[in-house]
Design a protein around this ligand. Structure first.
Ligand code: ZN
Length: 382
């Protein structure tokens, strides 16, 4: 937690820090994150969320089943360098967002500032835990696909040529095991004369999407406001339609309405003083009233559009927060894919200098433009 003395300094929260130490001990002892989560749930150990809300004296807004430890939460703790006393800062360079020139450094090139605060576990043990995690990950990809969790891309992965869904295939190998891949549904039904196979290896696709989500998460965590502004600015729908612009138009219209009130008042006084006749008074006051009525209608319209604009910004912020949470994920779930991604397009395999390539284009929600990392070139492994 943040130190009471300085919000820039981290200190251990003695009430719960032993739980963190225990997670590392169990993990290094060979237990999986899932098994550790089960132990914590069995022992009714408060989740970080529950604990947070208990310290601020509010009921947790999460439903009961959300107040459960999951393997994701355990892994977030294990992967966090803060527990051995360091702070991680991701680094990226944006040359020009509009031209899509973004350069993100891979996770292992993040700047780690060592010894920023007292550790809960030693760096040696922490590094050992990371090694276990890397080994597990390599196995997870295989396990995931053979356990039939392949539906995570269902309805989202499309053929670039015919626009149809890619269909999951499994082919048993003589050596045991199976190869798993997607192919264009049109090709499977009508043959290659109608659409080429668009075959993509399941693991290739999985890794391409996972690393894209992780990179995007780094981008979001690094500079949330900038990313939100850039997405809104680059999106056709919201071009020239930002909140400030609406607020300014509304303010200007309201000022003019008030100004007209004053002009009408003066006009009335002139009439009372006999400086203008009833005919002129009627004509001018009518003109002002018409302008005022139009402005009132405009303000109503602008306020409705401003509300809509704010709602979209709020949705977008929610989406950004969701992708920020993905900074610590080590695997994809159906929920992550569905919440973040509109569509994944897979091209037919093509050759570049004798090397087989295919394009996997990931279209994130809220993006009406292509970021360079949407277009992952994946080498065909199948
Ligand atoms: Zn097709």
């Amino acid at each position: 937690m943040k130190s009471a003395a300085s919000k820039h300094v981290l200190v251990a929260d003695e009430t719960v820090s032993h739980n963190v130490v225990r997670i590392f001990e169990l993990y290094l002892g060979g237990m999986t994150a899932r098994a550790i989560a089960d132990v914590f749930n069995r022992e009714n150990i408060m989740t970080a969320n529950e604990y947070y809300y208990s310290t601020v004296g509010k009921p947790s807004p999460y439903r009961n089943n959300k107040n459960r430890w999951g393997s994701g939460t355990i892994m977030q703790i294990i992967k966090n360098p803060a527990y051995y006393g360091a702070m991680a800062n991701g680094r990226r360079q944006v040359k020009s967002f509009k031209n899509g020139q973004i350069d993100i450094k891979p996770v292992d090139e993040w700047i780690i500032v060592e010894d920023t605060h007292a550790p809960l576990v030693s760096k040696e043990l922490w590094l050992e835990a990371q090694q276990i995690n890397r080994t597990n990950n390599a196995q997870t990809v295989r396990r995931r696909s053979t356990e039939g969790e392949v539906s995570i891309f269902a309805g989202i992965i499309k053929c670039t040529d015919c626009g149809g869904n890619l269909v999951f295939n499994r082919k048993p190998l003589k050596s045991g095991g199976a190869t798993e891949f997607y192919r264009c549904g049109t090709y499977m039904q009508k043959g290659k004369d109608v659409c080429p196979p668009h075959r993509v290896d399941y693991n290739t696709l999985y890794q391409a999407v996972l690393s894209s989500v992780q990179e995007y998460a780094v981008l979001a965590v690094e500079d949330e406001n900038k990313l939100i502004n850039e997405i809104l600015k680059a999106s056709d729908e919201f071009k020239n339609k930002n909140v400030q612009r609406y607020e300014r138009s509304i303010r200007e219209s309201k000022n003019r309405i008030k100004e007209i009130d004053g002009l009408l008042q003066n006009l009335y006084e002139d009439k009372v003083a006999g400086e203008i006749n009833a005919e002129i008074f009627k004509r001018i006051s009518q003109k002002y009233s018409e302008e005022q009525n139009k402005l009132i209608a405009d303000v109503e319209q602008l306020e409705a559009e401003l509300d809509e604009c704010r709602r979209v910004e709020k949705d977008l912020t929610g989406w950004i927060n969701r992708i920020e949470e993905c900074i610590t994920i080590d695997g994809l779930t159906r929920a992550i894919v569905v919440e973040l991604i509109d569509r994944i397009d897979v091209s037919e395999i093509y050759s570049v200098d004798g090397e087989k390539n295919l394009d996997i284009s990931i279209f994130y929600k809220f993006e009406r433009f292509n970021l360079p990392h949407d277009r992952q070139k994946a080498k065909e492994l199948a």
